[in-house]
Ligand binder design. Structure first.
Ligand SMILES: Cc1cc2nc3c(=O)[nH]c(=O)nc-3n(C[C@H](O)[C@H](O)[C@H](O)COP(=O)(O)OP(=O)(O)OC[C@H]3O[C@@H](n4cnc5c(N)ncnc54)[C@H](O)[C@@H]3O)c2cc1C
Length: 581
């Protein structure tokens, strides 16, 4: 069999061409690892630059780190506010992608005897492209999915990791196409198309290769942003199916060929990630005689709050998100939501007691955390999510609570995570401006809470200025977080340090609405003028300044642009936590 393969495919382990290809595959893997390590070190170094900003640093931030690739300042190419056609990387991300592309091209064309006869030239390029495509599967799988270690180790956001995953995927598809095209060109020119057709029918080696290539091409075609956003579940399930087909086909295609070792590693990483996720879900949601339980409550503005009391306590960090499974609604599917708030309780209700209390309280259509607690001695974490209704899982959940008399329902959720939270830390900034659009508020609240709590407890020091700027469509959306804002305003250090501006973009004249949450809160009609808000904060800046944004792409683009414009006036770091990918 090995001899047959070496004739067909160019060789086994000892074949000199394979030795060279193996060497190039390793060069590729080591270079990509080096590239990511360099990025991690750069991120670490960049994070430590908090003092007076040099002109050089300002230029790097303005033209490389924060700058979108194109001058228009957008990081998304949109047809309308709802349909994103594709994500545009920042210049820094584009540099990393460009390096990976160039690296692959160089490794594909180097050490190929370009003056060889046509047939052997086709074979050389074919084998090199095939080997590189297979080797690229390792970083591709490492960067795939929610549980990827690169994201956790390097603190890179879900959306940024996804950008790299997609570009590596495109490289793999192109290399697979080159591999197949070289074989087709060689066989059709020497033996004719009828021989090619016969090979597809009779040779398992060729047939499985064909399945793999078609699957890779399909993966490339079905992945654009517009399809992912419109039909997420269809995308996800077909993606997994095609990945299985591609890897399965390739596994048979590479039987007894050296490149199979890369595939083995890629499948191993994928299997370990899946297993780790499964174990994490079990561990998080099942403890001795306890499971995770949740309550879904309708809140104004086509939204609902999910409060989940975890089977085990956990130390929640700002910026963390979880994936929630509610099998009775979404079967095996899971959806990401950011932890908007959490409570660490000393007591632990049993399932029955919490159910009873909910139904009793339901009559008043209000529910508070205290209502679902029965005093017992153990620590437990309740996390709160604010979920805006969309058209799939969230709509089904919304329908379920609509059917209940008081629009509150008990659910049995499973939470996977937490993920994120390591992307950035705002502890060392004197001035922090948190921009949120709509449900993006869930990303920002815990950052404010973390800093204010740190100041109260003496863990953080010095003068601080935290400004929360929140744009919402309707006045009623304030209800989503009203009680939590009140909690923050009650903190001593919030009096001077915490300022909130809420911009109501629709149907608001400000005349009839009164809002007294006991703190520095101001309501405005219309959209926030990002530039003047930033100017005002630059004038009153305390220490280094961090600006973060979580909301619609258009809003984040404005905030990003304003931060870029002020780079030479002061030291501003910009971070994004959007819910797109
Ligand atoms: C890191 C992160 C944090 C988020 N935090 C919040 C939050 O705090 N509150 C909130 O209301 N929304 C949040 N979202 C968005 C939320 O996950 C989606 O709105 C929700 O999954 C939509 O479910 P659906 O089936 O009703 O969506 P659909 O109506 O089918 O689709 C609406 C949009 O949600 C996207 N989407 C659907 N399912 C998923 C999924 N499983 N994973 C990723 N995206 C998906 C689709 O691509 C589409 O763009 C967050 C998203 C991410 C990536």
């Amino acid at each position: 069999m090995a001899t047959v393969l070496s004739i067909r495919h160019g060789g086994g382990e000892s074949d000199p061409t394979e030795v060279i290809n193996t060497r190039y595959a390793w060069v590729l893997l080591v270079s990509l690892a080096g590239l990511f390590t360099f990025c991690a070190l750069f991120k670490f170094w960049f994070g430590s630059q908090k003092g007076q900003q040099s002109k050089f640093m300002a230029r790097i931030k303005k033209h490389l780190i924060y700058a979108p690739l194109i001058r228009s300042g957008q990081t998304e190419f949109r047809l309308s506010s709802a349909s994103v056609i594709f994500t545009i990387p920042t210049r820094l991300q584009a540099c990393i992608i460009f390096t990976a592309v160039v690296l692959n091209i160089v490794l594909l064309v180097t050490h190929i005897a370009w003056d060889s006869a046509e047939k052997s030239l086709f074979s050389l390029v074919r084998n090199r492209a095939g080997t590189l495509a297979t080797a690229n599967l390792i970083p591709l799988v490492l960067l795939a999915g929610r549980h990827n270690p690169i994201s956790s180790i390097f603190g890179i956001s879900f959306s940024a990791v996804n950008i790299f995953h997609r570009w590596l995927g495109r490289i793999v598809v192109l290399e697979a196409v080159v591999h197949a095209a070289m074989w087709l060109a060689s066989k059709s020119s020497t033996s004719g198309w009828s021989y090619v057709a016969e090979e597809f029918r009779s040779s398992q080696f060729i047939f499985t290769g064909l399945i793999a290539v078609i699957s890779f091409i399909s993966l490339g075609i079905h992945s654009p942003s517009i399809f992912r956003n419109k039909f997420y579940e269809t995308f996800l399930h077909s993606h997994i199916l095609l990945v299985c087909l591609a890897l399965g086909g390739l596994w048979h295609h590479l039987e007894e060929l050296p490149a199979r070792r890369y595939l083995f590693a890629a499948i191993g990483i994928w299997a370990i990630q899946r297993l780790a996720r499964f174990l994490l879900v079990i561990w998080r949601n099942c403890a001795l005689a306890k499971t995770t339980r949740g309550i879904v409550k309708e809140i104004p503005g086509e939204a609902f709050q999910i409060s989940v009391t975890m089977a085990r306590p956990w130390h929640v960090q700002p910026g963390q998100y979880i994936f929630i499974y509610i099998p009775s609604i979404g079967l095996w599917t899971s959806h990401p939501f950011t932890i908007a708030w959490y409570d660490q309780n000393e007591s632990s209700p049993t399932k029955e007691s919490s159910d009873i209390n909910v139904s009793e309280k339901s009559k008043e259509n209000t529910i508070h955390l205290a209502d679902i607690n029965v005093p017992q001695k153990s620590k437990e974490t309740t996390i709160h999510l604010i979920v805006k209704r969309r058209t799939g899982f969230t709509a089904a959940l919304h329908r379920k609570i609509q059917k209940t008399e008081v629009h509150i329902a008990n659910v049995s959720p499973l939470l996977e995570g937490p993920y994120g939270g390591k992307q950035y830390c705002l502890d060392t900034y004197g001035t922090v401006i948190l921009f949120a659009g709509g449900v993006g508020i869930t990303h920002q609240l815990l950052y404010a809470r973390h800093i204010l709590n740190g100041l109260e407890e003496g863990v953080l020091f010095g003068r601080r200025r935290i400004q929360l700027v929140w744009a919402i469509r309707n006045f009623e959306h304030i209800e989503w977080v009203r009680s939590w804002l009140e909690c923050l305003f009650r903190l001593d250090r919030a009096k001077n340090a915490f300022h909130v501006q809420i911009f109501i973009t629709r149907d608001y004249n400000g005349a009839n609405d009164t809002l007294s949450l006991g703190g520095n809160l101001r309501l405005f009609s219309g959209r926030p003028d990002v530039d003047s808000i930033l100017r005002c904060n630059v004038d009153q800046q305390v220490g280094p300044m961090a600006v973060t944004s979580c909301g619609p792409g258009t809003m984040s683009d404005q905030v990003r642009k304003a931060c870029i414009d002020y780079q030479f006036d002061c030291n501003i770091d910009y971070f994004e936590g959007n819910y797109c990918w």
